[in-house]
Design a binder for this molecule. Structure first.
Ligand code: HEC
Ligand code: HEC
Length: 391
């Protein structure tokens, strides 16, 4: 019996549910080697991730989506999507970033529940507008298990080695634990852990307050309206008496055990393309592989994580003008490239439809690498693209 069969069979025996074994090769499956107990946590998490919330459960007053999966579903549950969220801010006298709300929050929700005219509006002073597309969650548990020290070791904020690349670790306070950590999730590396990101998403994408983010925050709704609009002032994410778990626990388990997308077929061109990727300097930021640290759980104990990212903040001239977490307006975290063949459009705002366009937008710290790509022979460029399409 293969490991996958064992997991499925064990789950069948333990939980008495019929599972559709995904043999499509598409992402969306749990990590191989998961125990039956972990599989149950993954499955409960996936249920909750798919669940469409209503106002009775705390949806709103303002929200961007009614379930996690509406935005994270391409090409499988947990993936990416094309719904873009909106952030807005304004500029001060020297052109600097200024938030429109004292909390520094910049997210403006797209929708509201149909009561008491609670639709958020963007103030007329706004002059900076940013769009952000969803990030796929495949392999997120492995990314979470990469030690902070490994990311700090990759930093080169003042470009000591004079290669033009000066990545910076995003030091953030993890709200769940209060610890100073290296952020790695989100386009601005604004969160370090999956429990905190999930809790932030539950409140900020869906308007469901929880133990980590207990108060509604919708900066497009003025404070006096919010008192009328917030129909459930108490914490909305309740512990399920049957499972003892909160929604935020379920999301974290689903994401933690979600396997990375497997590599596609690797032909001759892709093999050559990987060398070119290193030679022209793409790998200076898109670090081919990092490793997890020691862990009591064999799934996360000293594992290679072939994510093609250093998870650091860089200025490659695509910045969205928004300061968030530790990130300056011009900085974006290097996106992982694993599973790239299932993804499009590209870049944080989805503004690049093709890989060539995404590469063509790399400037500043990535100027030399982009020029290297542009100057390469036609066959070398084709090989590099073949490599990217094999990820
Ligand atoms: C309206 C669309 C939308 C909904 C609904 C949504 N997300 Fe997201 N998700 C996004 C976008 C957009 C990003 C990138 C946000 C950013 O960095 O600004 C993202 C990023 C993430 C990330 C960071 C992944 C990484 O590797 O960097 C996690 C984790 C995540 N979402 C989890 C969730 C969970 C859990 C839910 C449900 C509670 C959820 N999301 C609901 C749109 C959505
Ligand atoms: C200085 C660091 C750096 C270098 C060097 C670099 N990149 Fe990037 N790359 C980034 C950052 C940061 C982004 C995200 C930019 C954004 O979304 O605005 C990105 C985005 C991408 C994306 C889009 C991914 C997605 O999910 O949207 C691709 C593809 C990509 N890079 C490929 C390359 C290739 C190929 C090279 C070499 C020619 C390269 N990069 C060199 C930092 C770098």
């Amino acid at each position: 019996m293969s490991k996958q069969d064992f997991v499925t069979a064990a789950a069948l025996v333990v939980f008495g549910v019929v599972l559709v074994a995904q043999s499509s090769g598409l992402p969306g499956e749990p990590l191989a080697g998961i125990t039956p107990v972990e599989f149950e946590e993954f499955r409960l998490g996936q249920d909750d991730f798919l669940e469409v919330e209503t106002t009775d459960e705390g949806l709103g007053p303002a929200f961007n989506g009614t379930s996690c999966a509406v935005c994270h579903s391409v090409p499988a549950v947990g993936g990416s999507g094309i719904i873009a969220e909106i952030r807005a801010a304004t500029r001060g006298p020297r052109g600097e970033f200024v938030a429109l709300h004292p909390s520094g929050e910049t997210l403006f929700h797209l929708f509201s529940v149909p009561s008491h005219s609670c639709q958020p509006t963007i103030p007329a002073e706004a002059t900076i507008f940013a769009r952000r597309v969803p990030i796929p969650l495949f392999g997120a548990g492995l990314v979470e298990a990469i030690p902070d020290e490994s990311l700090l070791a990759l930093e080169d904020p003042v470009d000591r080695n004079r290669d033009g690349v000066s990545g910076r670790a995003a030091i953030v306070t993890d709200v769940a634990t209060g610890e100073r950590r290296v952020g790695r999730f989100g386009w601005k590396a604004q969160h370090a852990t999956l429990i905190t990101f999930g809790a932030d998403a539950y409140r900020n994408e869906m308007g469901i307050t929880n133990d980590i983010f207990p108060t509604e925050l919708a900066v497009g709704i003025p404070a006096d309206r919010m008192r009328v609009c917030d129909l459930i002032p108490e914490t909305e994410d309740k512990r399920d008496p049957r499972t003892g778990r909160r929604g935020i626990d379920n999301f974290a388990s689903f994401m933690k055990f979600l396997a990375p997308a497997a590599r596609g077929p690797i032909g001759e061109a892709a093999r050559l393309g990987e060398q070119i990727f290193g030679a022209v300097g793409c790998a200076a930021c898109h670090t081919p592989s990092l490793a997890t640290g020691p862990s009591g759980n064999p799934l996360f104990h000293h594992r290679q994580v072939p994510l093609f990212s250093d998870l650091l903040l860089h200025d490659i001239a695509t910045g969205d003008g928004i300061a968030q977490g530790a990130a300056a307006p011009e900085e974006i975290r290097t996106p992982a490239l694993w599973g790239l063949r299932f993804r499009r459009p590209f870049l944080h705002d989805g503004s690049a439809a093709t890989l060539e366009e995404a590469i063509g937008r790399h400037g500043n710290e990535a100027e030399l690498a982009r020029r290297g790509f542009e100057r390469a022979s036609e066959s070398d460029r084709a090989a590099l693209l073949a490599f990217l399409r094999s990820l």
